[in-house]
Design a protein around this ligand. Structure first.
Ligand SMILES: Cc1cc2nc3c(=O)[nH]c(=O)nc-3n(C[C@H](O)[C@H](O)[C@H](O)COP(=O)(O)O)c2cc1C
Length: 261
């Protein structure tokens, strides 16, 4: 996957989950540019894809099982779709899906992951799912009206990611302050990832040029997805820290970033 490091590094810092949107349509140029990037993202893995649906998120929520909170109408939403039989499909969905979210963020759009079991019979919207595909999450996209909530805006500017676990807690085998800068940056940026109820299920392990992302406990499907989100964040942190490398799913943990020698 082609990662625009500077742009997504910035997006990691400014993104936060938003429930309230203006009804204003997304600019046609922005939509076109997002669609183009999503096409590119969809070529990464056959197990996971993203699609922009130009309908309000409120029209799809009744078809997702569970409780979500109080969302307003949005001009569009992202559909996160997995291939039911694919290997590492949940972590790949998190990885590709967060790339879509960060790209939307970099265009000034608000977003919020919402996961839940999709019941097509309850849906007002026809999602074009191919055989073996399943909609596992959505995110509204649009111009946030929360930006006008000054308190929240200032607090988030002053204390970005104030509500995340300390990096030391995220490294069960220990966090070594003498680790290379790119490793520490990767873990810090990894810790900013979004997760359901902010549960932060990811844990990091480092050795021999390899940063492993694993789940704190027995991974449920959605925890795997969240670890995939943290994996992308960690990779952005590593690249920003000045190294190149590749992603490997499976192996020691759920997935790893392996530094190029
Ligand atoms: C898989 C997943 C599901 C989520 N589901 C919801 C949801 O149903 N309703 C909601 O308001 N936020 C939801 N969130 C957003 C989280 O609550 C949010 O990411 C977390 O509290 C951290 O806040 P932040 O994203 O602003 O950094 C979800 C996030 C993820 C990754």
């Amino acid at each position: 996957m082609n990662i625009p490091v500077k742009k997504w590094y910035e997006a990691v810092q400014t993104r936060y989950s938003q429930q309230k949107y203006m009804t204003k349509e997304i600019k046609p140029f922005t939509l076109k540019s997002l669609e183009k990037k999503f096409e590119e993202l969809n070529e990464t893995y056959p197990e996971a894809r993203v699609e922009i649906i130009e309908e309000s998120v409120k029209d799809i929520l009744p078809a997702l099982k569970g409780k979500y909170g109080n969302f307003t109408d949005s001009p569009a939403f992202i559909a996160f779709i997995i291939n039911e039989n694919g290997k590492h499909r949940w972590s790949k969905m998190g990885y590709i899906g967060e790339a879509a979210i960060l790209e939307a963020t970099s265009h000034g759009l608000g977003s919020c992951w919402i996961g839940g079991r999709y019941i097509p019979e309850r849906s007002k919207i026809n999602i074009d799912l191919k055989r073996g595909e399943r909609l596992v999450a959505v995110s509204p996209i649009g111009y946030s009206s929360e930006n006008y909530n000054l308190t929240r805006h200032f607090i988030s500017k002053l204390f970005p990611h104030r509500d995340r676990l300390d990096v030391k807690e995220l490294c069960p085998d220990g966090y070594d302050p003498d680790w290379p800068g790119w490793v520490k940056n990767a873990i810090k940026i990894g810790s900013y990832a979004p997760s359901r109820l902010n549960r932060q299920p990811w844990r990091f392990y480092y050795g021999d040029g390899k940063l492993v992302v694993d789940c704190k406990s027995e991974p449920s499907a959605y925890k795997r997805l969240e670890c995939g989100i943290a994996l992308l964040h960690a990779e952005i942190g590593a690249l920003d820290g000045g190294v190149n490398g590749r992603i490997e799913f499976g192996g020691l943990g759920l997935a790893s970033f392996i530094k190029e020698i």
